[in-house]
Design a protein around this ligand. Structure first.
Ligand SMILES: C[S@@+](CC[C@H](N)C(=O)[O-])C[C@H]1O[C@@H](n2cnc3c(N)ncnc32)[C@H](O)[C@@H]1O
Length: 200
């Protein structure tokens, strides 16, 4: 499946419709996604953080509690409306993560959680943008589910089921590698991992 950089219209509409129920669905059906966000926030020590698909703003709300200056972008206005109520102190913009509307080297931390595993998403290009807006010495974190090391029959089944939801594991180590980085990897639980790099 070829990755693309133009967001699908239905992606935005789906999240607009789901926005009010999104946190409930996450807590109920994907609690590991919540843990991933918490682990990333534990690593933020101060300064500014940009969440490039901030959704309902859960990660930013935690970062705000820790005293960070918070920024978020997301394509879905519905998700951003939820985020605004949760973290009124954040600067939130409706924008595409392939073209982040901030200058080079702007943030201490740039993060993405549960955001770039879509079948059609060009994760490499998103990472290039994340690295661009990160300060030198800053850190970039993503929380996603990576490709399995072995492609067993069970694995193929999982990947097929995920593809029905337009979701796909990716080889994030390799993608970071192509960009000249060797990420630190923390396994949050089973397949859910945090990949982190420091921008030189
Ligand atoms: C599964 S939600 C994850 C939200 C949040 N990061 C979390 O951990 O719960 C994916 C989010 O990505 C946003 N999104 C999808 N494509 C995008 C794009 N091209 N640019 C910015 N946001 C996008 C959606 O609107 C949605 O809010």
């Amino acid at each position: 499946m070829k990755a693309q950089t133009q967001p699908k219209v239905w992606t935005t509409r789906t999240f607009d419709v789901l926005a009010k129920y999104y946190d409930f669905f996450m807590r109920t059906f994907y609690p590991v996604g919540e843990k991933g966000r918490e682990r990333i926030v534990e690593r933020l020590r101060g300064g500014s953080v940009l969440d490039i698909a901030c959704g309902t703003g859960t990660l930013l709300a935690m970062a705000h509690e820790k005293g960070l200056e918070c920024y978020g972008i997301d394509l879905s206005q519905g998700m951003l409306d939820q985020a605004r109520t949760k973290v009124p102190g954040a600067e939130l913009k409706q924008a595409n993560y392939y073209e982040i509307p901030y200058p080079d080297g702007r943030f201490n931390y740039v993060v993405a959680t549960n955001a770039i595993s879509g079948t059609y998403i060009d994760a490499r290009r998103v990472l290039v943008e994340m690295i661009r807006v990160c300060k030198s010495g800053g850190e970039i974190y993503i929380a996603e589910w990576p490709k399995a090391e072995r492609e067993t029959l069970g694995e193929r089944l999982i990947v097929w089921i995920a593809s029905l939801n337009d979701d796909a594991p990716k080889d994030y180590q390799a993608i970071f590698g192509e960009l000249g980085y060797k990420p630190e990897v923390e396994v949050v639980e089973k397949r859910h991992c945090i990949f982190g790099i420091k921008k030189p």
